[in-house]
Design a protein around this ligand. Structure first.
Ligand code: AMP
Ligand code: ZN
Length: 492
């Protein structure tokens, strides 16, 4: 059964359309909004009003990258979507604690270090740094906390000891395994039946497992792999226990929102949920579970193993991060999204137009306003960014058409406030327009032509001045002569 919300994603209800002339009340802070925030909860499979455990400290955890190579554009969808959620929550609640981990112990990392003849920390430091830089270029604010798995081995060992003591786990041949049949609710998040899970697990069942569905909490490490001393010998943690231990260490036993890509629902999040619930005397791990849909390329899943990836790092060489962000937010986060050059080109053009509108209103001082109610309402409806973006376009059209300075000041204020919630439109418009141009035309060339034109005008050689003006226009550049000199920008 499709969720009703899925059917509404691309329709813009009348009540959400932008109504010019209805000023946002500056005194109305967004977190006092009358409408509840509605989020789709993977656990209950429906949209529900979001109610945090403690409104004075909203907690959110998103599974972060395993740092052994460049993130691809699919990997960036989650960080961008959850960044919008975090900004939206920050408008409603005074304190949002957002943790996104770094997985810095993993067999893929060890293999990369071996292949490149370097140390594990050289690999993890390099790719964690690149991840931070590339996501920052997409306008993603750094998380409040960025826990590293290797910094929490003690907490993982303690949690595993607790699970052993309470009978949910057992040790066998240097491994410690979580015993799935001991947790009756196993499968509740993914909705998988025991048979589904066993069918997948039966392919290769390790001899030390009591049940084929049992999963690893701790495994032995040979001398050439990273390892830590533990009550079960030298070893390393399983992937799932890392997140459970880091969540408990930084955010508490029950958090408000746990997020990730939808491929993480099973087994990663199902296993996190099982371990944490059993370790914390049946307390739920998260009130809300949220999962972003996958990015495809030519309708095929983008993944490192298929080799059809496009890295964020490469894309950023040819496109502004904000255009990549706009493109990623152009579909509802739970829908699949097909990535293409056209999609990115369209996003860039839309931003060019929005920045041009802001540039044309540069002499107007924006009224300081809260984000417009229609934009907030769109985000309150399970983070409906496509509708919020349509609202932004509507505000920009109204700003462009406005003739009254007071209207312009209000609309400019609304445009900037709406942009801030989505993490866009906060750059200097003139700088954006120049940067936008510089991918095809060199700014120094334009400035040289302007100087030549001004020299021709000074010499009263108007024919030459007009010729240069045409040459500049031919580059797609608009110039404007003002009292303080000649200004230029890309034609919108
Ligand atoms: P991986 O590179 O498979 O370790 O994935 C890292 C993160 O990116 C996980 O949260 C995945 O859910 C997410 N992810 C991987 N591939 C995609 C994709 N094509 N579209 C959206 N998210 C993805
Ligand atoms: Zn995780």
């Amino acid at each position: 059964m499709p969720d009703v919300g899925d059917l509404l994603v691309f329709a813009i209800p009348q009540r959400l359309r932008y109504h010019p002339g209805v000023p946002t009340n500056p005194a109305q802070r967004p977190h006092k909004a009358a409408m509840p925030l509605i989020l789709y909860n993977t656990l209950t499979r429906r949209k529900e009003p979001f109610v945090p455990g403690d409104p004075s400290r909203v907690t959110m955890y998103v599974c972060g990258p395993t740092v052994y190579s460049y993130a691809h554009i699919g990997n960036a969808r989650g960080p961008v979507v959850f960044d919008v959620l975090r900004r939206h929550l920050a408008g409603r609640y005074p304190h949002v604690v957002y943790a996104r981990n770094i997985t810095d112990v993993d067999d893929k990392i060890s293999a990369a270090a071996n292949a490149q003849g370097t140390s594990i920390s050289a690999i993890t430091d390099k790719f964690a740094r690149i991840y931070r830089e590339d996501t920052a270029a997409l306008g993603v604010q750094p998380p409040t906390i960025e826990p590293h798995a290797t910094g929490h081995i003690r907490e993982m060992v303690a949690m595993i000891e607790g699970l052993l003591a309470s009978g949910y786990a057992y040790a066998a041949e240097g491994h410690v395994l979580f015993h799935v049949p001991a947790f009756g609710q196993y499968g509740q998040l993914s909705g998988r039946s025991q048979e589904d899970m066993l069918a997948g697990a039966r392919v290769e069942v390790a001899p030390y497992k009591k049940d084929p569905a049992d999963f690893v909490l701790w495994k032995p490490s040979p001398a050439d792999l990273p390892g830590w001393d533990s009550p079960w010998g030298r070893g390393r943690p399983g992937w799932h226990i890392e997140c459970s231990a880091m969540i408990a260490a930084h955010l508490g036993e029950t958090i408000d929102i746990h997020g990730g890509g939808h491929d993480l629902i099973f087994p990663h999040h199902e296993n996190e949920l099982a371990q944490s619930t059993c370790a914390h005397r049946a307390k739920p791990l998260a009130r809300f579970w949220m999962h972003n849909g996958f990015l495809t390329m030519d309708k095929e899943k983008m993944s490192k193993s298929l080799g059809n990836i496009m890295t964020v790092h490469e894309l950023l060489k040819n496109a502004p991060g904000e255009a990549i962000r706009w493109a990623l937010l152009g579909a509802h986060y739970r829908q699949p999204m097909d990535w293409s050059d056209e999609l990115l080109g369209q996003a860039k053009k839309t931003l060019d137009r929005l920045y041009l509108t802001l540039d044309q209103a540069k002499s107007i001082e924006a009224t300081r306003l809260a984000a417009p109610a229609a934009v907030i309402a769109a985000l309150d409806d399970d983070l409906n960014t496509p509708i919020a973006m349509a609202e932004i376009a509507g505000i920009a059209r109204a700003l462009k058409a406005a003739s009254d300075d007071a209207d312009k000041a209000r609309l400019k204020g609304e445009l900037l406030a709406a942009g801030a919630v989505l993490g866009v439109l906060q750059q200097d418009p003139a700088a954006w327009l120049k940067g936008s141009l510089s991918t095809s035309v060199d700014a120094a060339t334009v400035e040289g032509l302007i100087a030549a034109r001004n020299a021709a005008r000074k010499a009263r050689d108007f024919k030459e001045a007009d010729r240069i003006r045409d040459e500049i226009a031919g580059l797609g550049v608009l110039i404007e002569d003002r009292a303080d000199g000649t200004h230029w920008r890309m034609a919108g």
